[in-house]
Design a protein around this ligand. Sequence first.
Ligand code: ADP
Ligand code: ADP
Ligand code: ZN
Length: 222
Amino acid sequence: MNVILVGPPGAGKGTQAAVLEEKTELKHIASGELFRQHLREETQLGLMARKYIDKGDLVPNDVVIGMILDRVFQPDCEKGVIFDGFPRTKEQADALAEALEEHRQQIDAVIFLSAPREVLLKRIVGRQTCRNCQTPYNIYYSPPREEGVCDVCGEDLYTRSDDNLETARHRLDVYFQQTMPLIEHYRAMGLLHEVDGLGDIHDVTVRLVHELGIKNGDSGVH
Ligand code: ADP
Ligand code: ADP
Ligand code: ZN
């Protein structure tokens, strides 16, 4: 089973994908997180992607597609993948569909998560992430017990350099222009499940799990 989470920045894709990964045997693959790993390791790919990420623009399709296809056919993805932040353009969606088909796989469901613009902006500028275990926090909605410290592993939290108001606004515009058309593409294919991303993290998970028809421990889709 392969699931795509699509939606604007701040919708809760990463947060929900992490919960889903716990509940199922699916592997969470986040394109943005892969880029940030490359940036930390200062790889060539990371260095070339940086100028796009810092501005809030999309990294060119061929780069993203290559990075993701290198990752999703690894043995730890055999049971299926939760795609978070990929695909973001029609070209990426087509490349993914083609590659999955070559491996006799398919997309089983696309979850469209959304929330109002003002909520998205507040979530983005309040986002903090653990440097070590990537647990997401939010200074407004879900702060850690101790400021700047991860509840889970005790390491420092950091704020992404692209999570400032100006870049966040631009990322929302980029999302509306370049990624929104994908929603209709997947709707036309009968794969789209719309989930309201507003409300408590747990309430959103309940909606999402219901849409996917997942019961505790299994990973079926209806
Ligand atoms: P995305 O991956 O879609 O950009 P994230 O999952 O990183 O979004 O969430 C963005 C920020 O909002 C994070 O700080 C996260 O802790 C917070 N967040 C996620 N879901 C909710 C929610 N349902 N209610 C309040 N805050 C949330
Ligand atoms: P968000 O919280 O906005 O959903 P991500 O962590 O998914 O952010 O992405 C951060 C940045 O990485 C994006 O603004 C973009 O520059 C780059 N990026 C991530 N995924 C893609 C993709 N599928 N195509 C192009 N660029 C991407
Ligand atoms: Zn941690």
